[in-house]
Ligand binder design. Structure first.
Ligand code: ZN
Length: 275
């Protein structure tokens, strides 16, 4: 069974919501090196992925986006600026989305089909967001985290792919990141901070459980800065520092094992294969 691999392409300081836009513009950028390394790893292990690209990063590194697309990966939208969607008005959200889609379609030479909100900041009851995604021509979303944290997510959100029904029988397919369910408790494990924190064997067992017992693909996510051991460590706040930097040194090795142990495809190709 194929699993689904996704990367959110942004800079390391986008991972910390305490940074404001001004500070982001003069912080040291660390995008190229870890993303090139990811592309090499994907080539070496024969896997394909969806890159949810932040529009402002695409403007800054146009050749990188072209290269990702040339390597056969899917380019999707991570918005233009890295802002919490639940704090935006519908108009602000729509403008940010359109701005990202136009730069990404121009650089990637493909139609943008999917969206992932910065900080997973969409809840399943925010119907207006899904209406705007549909109007913008998108087919799927991957932003509703089925586990509650201090910043995002809900323990009531569905764990697996579902349709969000909209006006006039329109719909958007929601593909959430994978979490495990054990004795009615949910355990995030399949990406980001949780992937770095947990032992690899736990992650491997989790994906096998989802594939074999629940007969579903696992949805994995990571950011390039999460395998970047050379990045600076001047993040804000103890908790955010820990979330951003824990076990980054070991993450590349873990990711390599994961990419060898399982077979991954993009969201676009997964949806095409399940039509
Ligand atoms: Zn992000």
């Amino acid at each position: 069974m194929h699993n689904i691999l996704t990367f959110d392409l942004e800079d390391w300081f986008h991972g910390n919501f305490l940074f404001d836009e001004d500070e982001k513009s003069y912080s040291e950028s660390r995008v190229l090196e870890p993303t090139m390394r990811l592309l090499e790893l994907l080539k070496e292990t024969g896997n394909q992925a969806t890159f949810f690209v932040l529009g402002s990063i695409a403007e800054k590194y146009p050749q990188l986006i072209e290269k990702i697309a040339d390597n056969g990966h899917e380019i999707a939208s991570h918005g233009f600026l890295h802002r919490l969607v639940y704090k935006l008005s519908p108009k602000e959200f729509e403008d940010d989305l359109q701005r990202s889609i136009s730069v990404l379609e121009r650089l990637a030479g493909m139609k943008i089909l999917g969206y992932r909100a910065p900080y997973w900041s969409i809840y399943s009851d925010m119907k207006w967001v899904f209406e705007i995604l549909f109007s913008a021509g998108l087919k799927y979303d991957s932003s509703v985290y089925p586990f509650k944290t201090y910043l995002y997510g809900s323990n009531q959100a569905p764990r697996f792919q579902y349709s969000v029904d909209l006006k006039e029988e329109n719909m958007i397919t929601e593909i959430p990141p994978s979490v495990l369910e054990f004795l009615k408790r949910r355990i995030p494990f399949c990406g980001g901070f949780y992937f770095r924190l947990l032992p690899y064997r736990f992650v491997r067992r989790g994906i096998k459980k989802i594939n074999q017992k629940e007969k579903k693909p696992a949805v994995f996510y990571l950011h390039p800065y999460e395998i970047d051991a050379n990045k600076t460590k001047n993040s804000k706040g103890l908790k955010n520092n820990f979330i951003l930097h824990v076990n980054v040194k070991r993450a590349e090795k873990k990711l390599t094992r994961l990419l060898n142990d399982f077979s991954f495809i993009s969201m676009r190709d997964y949806l095409k294969s399940s039509e």
